[in-house]
Write a protein that binds this ligand. Sequence first.
Ligand code: SAM
Length: 373
Amino acid sequence: MSSRSGTYGRVELPAVAVAVGERREVALASGSSGAGPRVGAVADPDVAEAADRPPAEEPDVPGRISRTVVSGESPAPFAGVPPLERLEMELLLEAIYRHYGYDFRQYAPSSLRRRLKKRLEAEGLSTFSALQDRVLHEPAAMEGLLRDMSVNVTGMFRDPTFFRALREKVVPMLRTYPSVRIWHAGCASGEEVYAMAILLEEEGLYERSRLYATDMNAEALDRARTGIFPIARMREYTTNYQQAGGTRSFSEYYTASYGAALFHARLRENVLFAQHNLATDTSFSEFNVILCRNVLIYFDRNLKARTLRLFGDSLSSFGFLCLGRRESLRFTNVEDEFEEIDPKERIYRRNSLPRQGGGPAPSRATSGRGARG
Ligand SMILES: C[S@@+](CC[C@H](N)C(=O)[O-])C[C@H]1O[C@@H](n2cnc3c(N)ncnc32)[C@H](O)[C@@H]1O
């Protein structure tokens, strides 16, 4: 599914760098620490992300050597950032894209800048040019940057009312289909996918469902494949599950052992976990439901539009699209192609057949075979 071949093989080391043509592949390997689900000072870090605003315009200081060159032809995205810093940041993103293939050039500028600054600090550097030099020459530094750029905050039955709405408004339609294909785009460490598997199981749909769970972060996907989650979060997940309309005892779905909860293998039998980058990869199949929750908030307008086009082209007629609480189709390029099924829970449905001449692009990886499933 990834355009960067070489990412499907088992990764044994903390970080790997594999030459891929002109590019180098850096994947976050399983077992690396620091990217697990976080419970931090901020109740929901995504809220902090969404609330982030670009810094105020920097005043022009007389006599200072500045504004000699305005980088590129794209002043809007980094408005308010000192010109030289903006130039260095743009060159850093360009270098990362050209050398490693990860494209962050169209991420929302304010949170992007904050994350890059965090990496700058962690590396003990003072300029983005210095960081560029380091990530180009040291794959481990790129690995750290990738980790910072991939916010993996997630949880089971996160936003329980959303899952309740799924049960009440989407499941009845899915029942009429002979088979059900679901894509979780940006699934992080997979909690959302296991929650969906549980829901489908309880609704008698799991047997005929196939779930495709993708993320750009290989390390998060490795965690998802294990089905092991911190036992400390089971109380929270149990409450979520009940509020989401769960019909059994949540503890039936996992075995507690040594401080961890191991979810039953059956819940991932019909799931394919694979790497896919929404910024650079194409459609790979056709789905009845696409969930992409709490991912678009990190993208700028253009990347959001690209991603929504990708989803529009990947949905079957009258397929469902589910976004996060702070994401919406309003004022987007695909707004007219969807009807709102539940505006509050951000559940939409394609209101027409796929566009003329549209349809999904040729499949690059539709089966579990060969992919890291
Ligand atoms: C906050 S998590 C959302 C997890 C889950 N969907 C949820 O709502 O709980 C955002 C995820 O988006 C992924 N992501 C960010 N940019 C991406 C991209 N270009 N392609 C695929 N995944 C991306 C990150 O790696 C991260 O795992």
